[in-house]
Each structure stands twice: as structure tokens, then as C-alpha cells.
Write a protein of this length. Structure first.
Length: 187
């Protein structure tokens, strides 16, 4: 777990999520038409697609129950955790996590690997299907226990290492492949 916001095990997920919104300066309504991303001096504004809105409800709860922050290293961790645990039918979650995963060698190598292994030996909320407000009535500790996040991840096994390498290659192919193909075509 990274340092930063701490959530008491007995706090309701609703209260924890409100604290998460307040500390990070997020709107919390999930209705924004645009999402603002900051990368150093650059600010990007992207359309907030319906699929992203559906996925981010679970993604935000994952930040709370894993303790991964919303800085670049934390987004690499949460992306690695969610890829390791799976995103179910949430295609936007798969896509966005592959983008975040691309950064792990540069901003959080060990932390991303540990988060990926953690995800492989735990579960994610994406398999709940559609978001239900009943999740917010659970305590932080109960939800961590439900997803097997209340215990340390086991040591990485060979399968974890191979899966991490495969996701890394896939992430680079998805994110950089079009640029490499364009450069090859232009040359």
C-alpha cells in the first residue's frame, strides 16, 4: 500500500468514497461531460464516455480498498491490480488500465509488479456487473475481506511473472503499435 489517504476499516464505503472525492478534488457525480488529466505542464480534456462512467464507479472504490493513490505511480498500481484481477465486461476499464500499465517501467516498477500479483490473487469489483449502491453500505474492512485484500498477496509465482510480461507486451503493442506502424509506413 502506498502512503496517503487512510480509511478506517469500520468506515462505510459511502463515507470513504466521499472522503476520497473531497481529498482529490473530484466532482463525484459521475456526470461530467469531460475528464481533465494533467501530465506535468500539459492538461488534457477528454470526453467522459458512458463506458468510462460505468467503470470508474468501481475504479474509485478500488483506490479506497487497495490504498493506491491517484498520482502517476498510484494509477500504475491500480491499473496493474485491475489487470491482474480482471475487469470483466468493462471494456473501458481494460483499455484505460492498459494505458496506465504502459507507464510502470518509468514511474513505479516494483510497485506495479506487486499490485499486479496482488490482483492475480484477489478479486475486483468489476465482476459485480452494474454498480449497486448497496456496495456503499458495506464497511471498508468488509469489502476488503470480500475481495481477499485483507491479507498480504502471496509471493509471485512463475505464472504471475509470465502474465505480467504478457500484459506488458500487450500494453506496449496496443498503445505504441499504431505509432510504430505509422513511422514504419512513413519511412
Amino acid at each position: 500500500m502506498t502512503t496517503g489517504i487512510a480509511y478506517d476499516e469500520h468506515m462505510s464505503m459511502r463515507a470513504a468514497r466521499q472522503r476520497y472525492f473531497d481529498v482529490n478534488g473530484f466532482d463525484g457525480s459521475y456526470s461530467e461531460k469531460w475528464v481533465t488529466l494533467k501530465a506535468g505542464p500539459l492538461t488534457l480534456r477528454l470526453p467522459n464516455a458512458e463506458g468510462r462512467k460505468r467503470a470508474v464507479r468501481f475504479h474509485d472504490l478500488h483506490h479506497i480498498i487497495t490504498g493506491y493513490q491517484t498520482d502517476w505511480a498510484g494509477e500504475c498500481e491500480i491499473g496493474a491490480y485491475e489487470l491482474g484481477g480482471g475487469c470483466g465486461v468493462f471494456l473501458w476499464a481494460w483499455y484505460l488500465n492498459l494505458q496506465a500499465f504502459l507507464l510502470w517501467p518509468f514511474v513505479a516498477p516494483r510497485r506495479a509488479f506487486d499490485a499486479f500479483v496482488r490482483g492475480r490473487h484477489a478479486r475486483t469489483l468489476y465482476y459485480q456487473g452494474e454498480f449497486q449502491d448497496a456496495l456503499l453500505e458495506q464497511s471498508v474492512g468488509d469489502l476488503r475481506a470480500t475481495l481477499a485484500l485483507d491479507r498480504p498477496a502471496p509471493p509471485a509465482r512463475l505464472g504471475d511473472v509470465v502474465a505480467f510480461a504478457a500484459w506488458t507486451l500487450f500494453s506496449f503493442a496496443i498503445n505504441l503499435g499504431p505509432f510504430i506502424a505509422l513511422a514504419w509506413w512513413l519511412l
